[in-house]
Ligand binder design. Sequence first.
Ligand SMILES: *Cc1c(COP(=O)(O)O)cnc(C)c1O
Length: 467
Amino acid sequence: MKYVSTRGKAPVLDFDDVLLAGLARDGGLYLPEGWPVFSAAEIRAMRGLAYDEIATRVMAPFVAGCLSEAELADLVSEAYAGFAHPAVAPLRQLDHDRWVLELFHGPTLAFKDYALQLVGRLFDHVLRKKGRRVTIVGATSGDTGSAAIEACRDRQAVDIVILHPHGRVSPVQRRQMTTVLSDNVRNLAVDGTFDDCQDLVKAMFNDHAFRDEMGLSAVNSINWARIMAQIAYYFAAAVALGAPDVPLAFSVPTGNFGNVFAGYAARRMGLPIERLVIGSNRNDILTRFLVSGVMTAEGVVPTLSPSMDIQVSSNFERLLWELLDRDGEAVDALNAEFRRTGAMTVPHATWASMRALFEGHRFDDENTLAMMRTLHQTTGEIVDPHSAVGIGAGLAAKLPTGVPLVALATAHPAKFPEAVEQATGTRPELPPHMADLFKRSERLDVIANDAEAVKAYVRSFAKGRRA
Ligand SMILES: *Cc1c(COP(=O)(O)O)cnc(C)c1O
């Protein structure tokens, strides 16, 4: 499989290089040259298979030419072996035709594990084949850092340094990162804010000599391999509920548009998905866009669902490219308009075709808490604030009769105990495999908000690992 950039000016790459590149050189995002399509018979044949087997079948066409199906199958089964539920991504029934897909049974209790556990292993596999190493650096305000660390721990060809703002992440979030004592993992607590951490990471990438010397890399949310891994659970859920013979709708709590784009990809690959429902918190750039056809950036406001507190949904560019008939120049022009004016207006026909498939609903914190409370009272389910936004959006959607809804639950309630307690009166417990989190020892290094100090730290760590 070959990959092309949404801006049309970057080299065409195969899977290995797309994995390692992340962002395309023309500033665009990579997508497969064509969508593999599964026939109804092939989808029916997935019924009854284990999650690993479905995931391998769904992903095999995307890695073809770089990994054999057997190599992929091994990495996939390793990736999900440590998940706490035997179904990996279990469905729970809310009422006669509405379901919750639980995507929080991975090591850090959020859906990002479903992609990153595989992506860490893919990195290691590809780098070892090429005889290369990378140093992954990243900044986190909490959740992404722990998922990346869990994904990279103990990998042979990968070292990872994650920066977080000292004293400004929750104790659970900090400990999920700092209690990983693997030799190839370092946590830096920066005397500064999350923005300072991001600036430090940018400074490292912008120092090209340093970047090349260290083999710097990132596992951020625009990496195609993350989307690819997420397509698998749409297939697993749909097949369990009767696809291809039953049409379905999915609702997704959305930030960077990666998760819901994986749903769009699943539809292109043959799943009968009637509707994709987007749930936003107060950072509602997408739901406003679906109403107006104009994408306008506003400042970010903090909410109870922090992993969705984003200003611009970077993966939206992938959908735009598809709906503009893969016209890279048109995508480039719209991006330029957005950068220049803070707004972009998509052609009417493109907006209309989005509205035929996508629908958006917005939940502020008060409505999110109300949703959590109602769900608890009517179904007994305890959900985290992100999942509540997604479920709430799904319940608010106007779906045709006979189309069951699957709402994606993206974080375990115990990751957000304060909000859950406020809404339901019940304080959720960490699951058994994490119950001793507060007894484990931590390792972190506090560092000044100073680019040269951070570079010196990363250099000495990476050198030591290569010696
Ligand atoms: C990252 C995240 C989201 C948003 O997902 P996107 O792919 O960025 O749209 C939603 N919920 C949780 C818990 C997350 O960690």
